[in-house]
Design a protein around this ligand. Structure first.
Ligand SMILES: N[C@@H](CCC(=O)N[C@@H](CS)C(=O)NCC(=O)O)C(=O)O
Length: 200
């Protein structure tokens, strides 16, 4: 069984969600960044870490794509044009959506004395990224059309992160519907129940 080391208010949630999508059993192992158990597995001290047999895998996007490939779900096959388009959405999300959220979060957590306008710049960058996403998504259910894939999962996670961080999330329109569609997926709801149990 997979073990996901981290905590639910981190990018570990991406791994739980993907494992729920794929119907794979997993254990939630609560651990903080830079704790001895995390440092033993990841020299950078970051979470999440996925334990798969003897392997300790790091970096949430690499992990979810690995799981999708391994279990043949939520992804187009490597080496296809659709996979190149899918990966471009993933890269866009990491660079432009998560990039703005993570820069703002790091300033708050690690660089308290940094210039205050940085938060505003991040919010503007985030809003710009959502504009681009709206154009690329059009009226599709998911970024790749009717098929839910890895970048939707990463975007859905970033949508929740943005709401928690008081970033400008859409209040209506196709993008609002898109994020709502992601939150309503049975695997996302199941993840919420697992997390609540784990935190009891
Ligand atoms: N690229 C990594 C980033 C992981 C990451 O930064 N995780 C945060 C928690 S969500 C963390 O461990 N932060 C502690 C730190 O940055 O030192 C991933 O996607 O897993």
């Amino acid at each position: 069984m997979y073990k996901v080391i981290g905590n639910p208010r981190s990018r570990a949630a991406r791994i739980y969600w993907m494992l729920e999508e794929l119907g794979q059993p997993y254990e939630i192992v609560l651990a903080k960044p830079h704790s001895p158990e995390v440092l033993a597995l990841n020299p950078g001290g970051k979470i999440p870490v996925l334990i798969d047999g003897d392997a300790a895998l790091t970096d949430s996007v690499a992990i979810v794509q690995y799981l999708a490939d391994k279990h043949d779900g939520c992804t187009f096959a490597a080496g296809t044009v659709n996979r190149a388009i899918q990966d471009s959405f993933t890269q866009f999300c990491v660079d432009e959506v998560e990039g703005a959220l993570w820069t703002a979060a790091k300033q708050g957590m690690f660089y308290e004395n940094a210039a205050p306008p940085m938060q505003e710049i991040c919010k503007k960058e985030f809003a710009k990224a959502l504009d681009t996403l709206a154009k690329r998504l059009g009226n599709n259910a998911y970024v790749m059309g009717d098929t839910f894939t890895v970048p939707d999962l990463i975007l859905g996670h970033c949508g929740g992160w943005a709401a928690m961080s008081k970033f400008p999330v859409p209040k209506d329109g196709p993008l609002y519907d898109y994020f709502k569609r992601l939150r309503e997926r049975p695997a996302y709801v199941a993840m919420g129940k697992r997390v609540a149990e784990a935190l009891q």
